[in-house]
Design a protein around this ligand. Structure first.
Ligand SMILES: [Zn+2]
Length: 83
């Protein structure tokens, strides 16, 4: 099963369309006044964040290895997918 995850939502806590986020993480996030904290990210958000970090670090490593630093900050994987 696939879930849609938005890493930029809720003050960078992320949002997910799964039941865990709807019934556990979302209420925990509201209880934490919208700030990331314990129990505010479901497994899918954590996996997506890991993937995003790994992808950005790999791209950054490529730029450093080639001696061509990125012309702008690495902001999202979507920028790379559109190329
Ligand atoms: Zn989820």
């Amino acid at each position: 099963m696939r879930y849609l995850v938005d890493l930029g939502e809720h003050g960078k806590n992320g949002w997910c369309g799964c039941d865990d986020f709807a019934f556990h993480c979302g209420p925990a996030l509201r209880a934490n006044l919208g700030k990331p904290g314990k129990g505010t990210r479901c497994h899918h958000i954590q996996v997506a964040r890991d993937w995003f970090a790994d992808t950005c670090l790999e791209k950054l490593k490529d730029h450093i290895k080639a001696g061509t630093p990125p012309s702008r900050p690495l902001r999202s994987t979507r920028e790379y997918q559109l190329k």
